[in-house]
Write a protein that binds this ligand. Structure first.
Ligand SMILES: [Zn+2]
Length: 213
């Protein structure tokens, strides 16, 4: 039986995972996306786009559309108009809402950027993807360039957060268990190494209930 404890393994698996679950998991953020907040965020993205892509864009118009049920949002890129569904703004986590806003804006922006050169429907082509990726990166939100991405709802995010917190507590328990385990194993290991076979035999014969001598 191998009693040597691999401390590196213990460190990697237990202590680092403890740190990940307890400290690094962020509480999900939800914004109350009123029309004004939405408009402010779009202006913020436009400012960044102006610096990144260095061209004079036409202003966008936006609307909240409670009747929009089949898509999170929709962009009429020739008219520079974007509509957002109520369910996107009310039910989804900020990261997804923001990357969707940027996704839709990029339909309009990429059309403005290379206009006639684009495909007629300007659907997720190279220019679009480059702009979207660059903007998302600059604004610190997940890449929104993929068209069919499904978002994480607020409810899912809350459940995941609670689960992570619970796992954190379990990990603490496991961590203490591991420490006790190490102490026992190291003690046995040191003990075995410290004594020779004769001493061991002596201990065995002294302690044995079948010892007649
Ligand atoms: Zn799209």
């Amino acid at each position: 039986m191998d009693l040597i404890v691999d401390f590196n393994n213990v460190k990697q698996n237990k202590i680092v995972s403890l740190k990940n679950t307890n400290i690094e998991y962020k509480k999900p953020e939800f914004t109350n996306w009123t029309f004004e907040v939405l408009n402010n965020y779009i202006n913020e993205v436009l400012e960044v786009a102006k610096k990144l892509f260095n061209f004079n864009y036409k202003d966008l118009t936006i609307a909240k559309n409670s009747r929009l049920k089949r898509a999170y949002a929709r962009c009429w890129y020739i008219r520079n108009h974007i509509e957002f569904s109520d369910f996107l703004l009310e039910d989804y986590v900020d990261d997804f809402v923001k990357s969707t806003i940027i996704h839709e804006m990029c339909h309009a922006l990429s059309y403005q950027f290379d206009g006639k050169k684009s495909k007629i429907d300007h659907n997720h082509d190279v220019t679009f993807k480059r702009m979207c990726k660059a903007l998302c990166k600059e604004l610190g939100v997940p890449d929104g360039s993929k068209a069919s991405e499904n978002g994480e709802t607020r409810q899912e995010a809350i459940e995941k957060y609670n689960q992570h917190n619970q796992q954190g507590k379990i990990t603490v328990g496991k961590f203490v268990e591991t420490i006790i385990d190490i102490v026992i194993k190291v003690t046995i290991n040191v003990f075995i190494k410290a004594i020779d076979v004769d001493t061991l035999f002596l201990i065995y014969t002294t302690l044995s209930p079948y010892n007649d001598s």
